[in-house]
Design a protein around this ligand. Structure first.
Ligand code: ADP
Length: 266
């Protein structure tokens, strides 16, 4: 089983990703496709007049402020735009696929983040309505039923919090949880970079291998890529044998990443 996570940034091409997923499935491999959708979320939020706000924690870490309206737009963008687009592509290749969020059939449970003191729009406030959480439990039953029936699951946030309401969770960590929970042999992150770069400004500096130190970061690796490496470590600790980061913007992105044009996280 291979879990493929395709990134939400503009540039990662769903047409090429799905063509390669189809090839993999046709070769007899079971695949779960996990997706984010930050670019579509930003576009839809703008169309609907929902402002994008950022939370800056005291540690300096920034995250999307998922207030009521943003959670609504996030669900619309992921479950109503990105997911049907991926399913349509797969259907075009004759691959039966079905879309799920973490809410479907108890797939993903999350612990809602507590009220935090953070800076929003330059002011320090106590934020109580940030609907984001951390994955606490995965029930892979529904994925197994689908895979056994020859159906490719296409999975995204949100997850269900302990209070019975949806929360946003990080899609890279969803992919890691799914890969570990299903005993996948490999997890492939496709993103808008050639892999993990030694120098983020130099596209030619892709690392063949990369190790995330147990106690934190790597110089030069920041933002979304650091989260990916944290998710990669969760997958490796969960028993996934191979975790790769490859370029989602190229022709045949999965084949190329599996053929070595990627960074192996070890
Ligand atoms: P996705 O939307 O695919 O999940 P993110 O945008 O969250 O991905 O994270 C990937 C991004 O991280 C890259 O596109 C790049 O802009 C950024 N990044 C920061 N440091 C690095 C690095 N050392 N190597 C590669 N990408 C990096």
């Amino acid at each position: 089983l291979t879990v493929v996570k395709c990134g939400g940034a503009a540039g990662v091409d769903p047409v090429r990703v799905c063509a390669d997923v189809a090839r993999l499935v046709e070769s007899g491999e079971r695949v779960v496709l996990v997706h984010g959708g930050s670019a579509e979320l930003d576009l839809l939020a703008e169309r609907l007049g929902v402002p994008r706000r950022t939370l800056t924690a005291r540690s300096g870490v920034t995250s999307r402020y998922t207030d009521d309206a943003t959670l609504e737009v996030l669900t619309l963008a992921l479950a109503g735009q990105v997911k049907p687009a991926l399913l349509t592509e797969l259907a075009g290749h004759g691959i039966p696929a079905t879309g799920l969020t973490g809410i479907d059939a108890g797939l993903l449970r999350a612990r809602r983040k507590k009220a935090i003191r953070a800076r929003v729009d330059g002011r320090t406030v106590l934020v109580r309505d940030d609907h984001s959480g951390r994955i606490s439990e995965l029930d892979p039953a529904v994925l197994k039923v689908l895979l056994d029936a020859g159906i490719t699951p296409v999975v995204s946030p949100p997850a269900l919090a302990e209070d019975g309401r949806p929360v946003n969770v990080n899609a890279d960590r969803v992919a890691a949880a799914v890969a570990a929970g299903l005993g996948a042999r490999r997890l492939l992150f496709l993103t808008a970079a050639p892999g993990v770069l030694a120098d983020p400004e130099d596209a030619g500096s892709r690392l063949e291998q990369c190790e995330l130190p147990a106690d934190g970061g790597i110089p030069g690796v920041g933002g979304g890529m650091l989260v990916k490496l944290i998710a990669a470590r969760e997958a490796l600790e969960g028993g996934v044998r191979e975790v790769l980061v490859g370029d989602g913007r190229v022709q045949q992105p999965i084949r190329r990443a599996l053929d070595g044009e990627s960074t192996a996280v070890v």
